[in-house]
Design a protein around this ligand. Structure first.
Ligand code: GLA
Length: 382
């Protein structure tokens, strides 16, 4: 949707007047470093040019009105009684963020918020974190709070953890709040130290393929994996699995006692190592080596972490068989969602055709493909 149309849709929903402002908040794709953020490891995501727009206007009272161009639900609720309700659907994300901000003592007043997004829903490109940061940045700007960006990122994660009840790590909110055009964010999730690394991909493109499989039970399985990591860390007497180098892990893995915990921890330890190596080879301009590490990441998520499933495995395997593909892996939480691939520009068309056909033949589903634009983090755009 164009910016002028967004303001038009806002006025239609909430009436004219005041000083409505537009903000854009991206989605994210993670290039490597999967299921390591909550283990204190490094991740390497980037912000997309696909995302969520919000047009926001201050109100004189303490009422919150929310509408969206994507969903029929319209909500008008008192700002001082924000509760999670399953029936409130996507509006729980803005409610969660505003409730966390109020809890931290920030003086946010009533607002009219009109959202419009172009991220595929439930595809694992973080549409929820995109809405959270859109809300946090709009509220911060409209009420002149001047909260630093990393705190807004943390508030958004807290909204997801405590208000919505998904025990996610910091990666999605950080990538979305702190992303930079044509760069990936190399983030140490233990210290929040980060570096913007140029995505110098030469003639290669980042291609996202959506399985279009509904992510069933994804939240409960996600929380289960997180629990397994915590148990493994406890048995190996470390606070987080990041403290174990591959060599230290190999020496101490007998402490784990169960095959499942061994596999989960082995994924985390090896993925942390792969992510560090991947960033180093990318900086050295070795895209082939980067792609190979992406493939190994997928195999580890498939065999040891067990979060891929038939659809993601089919997309990845099909991609590995196409010429001009440097690497391909699942991205995000898994259990459905998307793969991310590095594909030579000249091969992108053959990639979408061949991978699409093979995927449909194997699963009966139709995949969608996007050549990802890598954009800036959340901010005011009008
Ligand atoms: C989801 C979570 C993130 C991260 C990824 C897996 O996207 O929100 O915090 O754990 O899964 O890497």
């Amino acid at each position: 949707m164009k910016k002028e149309d967004l303001f038009g849709a806002f006025t239609k929903a909430f009436g004219a007047g005041g000083d409505p402002r537009a903000y854009f908040s991206p989605g994210r794709v993670n290039l490597i470093g999967e299921h390591v953020d909550y283990n204190g490891g490094p991740v390497f995501p980037c912000a997309l040019t696909l995302g969520t727009w919000v047009v926001a206007r201050k109100r004189a009272d303490r009422v919150l009105r929310m509408a969206s161009g994507n969903f029929p639900l319209v909500k008008e609720i008192p700002l001082d009684n924000l509760k999670y309700l399953p029936a409130d659907d996507w509006t729980n994300y803005p409610k969660g963020v505003l409730s966390v901000m109020a809890g931290k003592g920030h003086r946010v007043g009533g607002m009219d918020l009109y959202f419009h997004g172009d991220l595929p829903n439930g595809a694992g490109l973080s549409s929820s974190a995109s809405i959270e940061l859109a809300t946090a940045v709009a509220a911060d700007d409209l009420f002149g709070l001047a909260v630093d960006r990393v705190s807004l990122v943390r508030y958004s994660q807290e909204a997801e953890n405590k208000f919505v009840g998904v025990n996610c790590g910091i990666m999605d909110q950080f990538a979305i709040g702190m992303g930079k055009k044509d760069h990936a964010v190399f983030l140490d999730c233990a210290t929040l130290q980060y570096e913007h690394v140029p995505l110098a991909l030469g003639t290669a493109k980042v291609v996202i393929a959506n399985t279009n499989k509904r992510r069933e039970l994804a939240d409960s399985k996600y929380n289960e994996r997180r629990g397994e990591c915590e148990e493994a860390a406890k048995l190996m007497k470390v606070k987080h699995l990041v403290e174990l180098s591959p060599a230290a892990f190999a020496k101490r893995k007998s402490q784990l006692g169960s095959e499942i915990l061994l596999k989960r921890a082995r994924h985390v330890v090896s993925e942390i190592d792969r992510t560090k190596r991947a960033v180093a080879v990318l900086k050295a301009g070795d895209l082939k080596a980067f792609g190979k590490l992406m493939n190994e990441s997928h195999e580890s998520l498939r065999d040891d972490y067990e979060v891929t499933g038939k659809e993601l495995d089919s997309l990845a395997a099909a991609a590995w068989a196409v010429g001009g593909v440097l690497g391909s892996r699942m991205t995000g939480a898994g259990f459905g969602g998307c793969t991310v691939s590095l594909v030579e520009e000249a091969a992108v068309e053959a990639f979408t055709r061949e991978v699409g056909e093979r995927y449909t033949a194997e699963t009966g589903l139709k995949a969608d493909f996007y050549v990802a634009g890598i954009g800036n983090g959340t901010g005011r755009r009008a």
